[in-house]
Design a protein around this ligand. Sequence first.
Ligand SMILES: [Zn+2]
Length: 217
Amino acid sequence: MGFQVYEAPEVETDEMNFGALNMPPHHPARDMWDTFWINDEILLRTHTSPGQIRAMRERYPDPIRVILPGKCYRYEQITARAEHQFYQVEGLAVGHGIRMTDLIGTLTQFAHRFYGTGGRIRIRGSYFPFTEPSIEADISCILCAGEGCRVCKYSGWLEIAGAGMVHPVVLENGGYDPNEWSGFAFGMGVERPAMLKYDIDDIRLFHGNDLRFLRQF
Ligand SMILES: [Zn+2]
């Protein structure tokens, strides 16, 4: 689909991780990400989204299609389902006339390739400070075909990604005039879909350095 891999730093500034993504100081949405701070300005990125700003500032005035993979950090308790370090894959497309249907088509294509064809896709309204409108995309549970099971918490659906149309403020902070340009972005975890696909029951195994775990791949 023409997406290029774009790598961005894991150690970021407050401005790139929050400010340029439409979360100025004291914005309440910052509370959605528990953060490891190095000092008042420097932090460990809580998501791959600061790479969107870096990609836009570097690529302007060209159209953009990039995939941003990488490690993120959150100040959270470690459990079988949550780690304080994890991987995300983010996607960003910026161009003329990019629409929500382009986003939904891209996510649907990904889901069918990754989880196998046949799954139904569900789009729900959501909120992120850096997209407007924001959505969550789900696929019908691949384990129970939507009947309801323990893995999908008896809902019949599995979350694939958070996504949305790039917020005009974010486009502007990247150097693109929102009156001429539009774009979509999506972000998803890597470990949880892998846990589902390979039947891994504990997220801590990814960073445990147990060769028996690593060699099976
Ligand atoms: Zn299920």
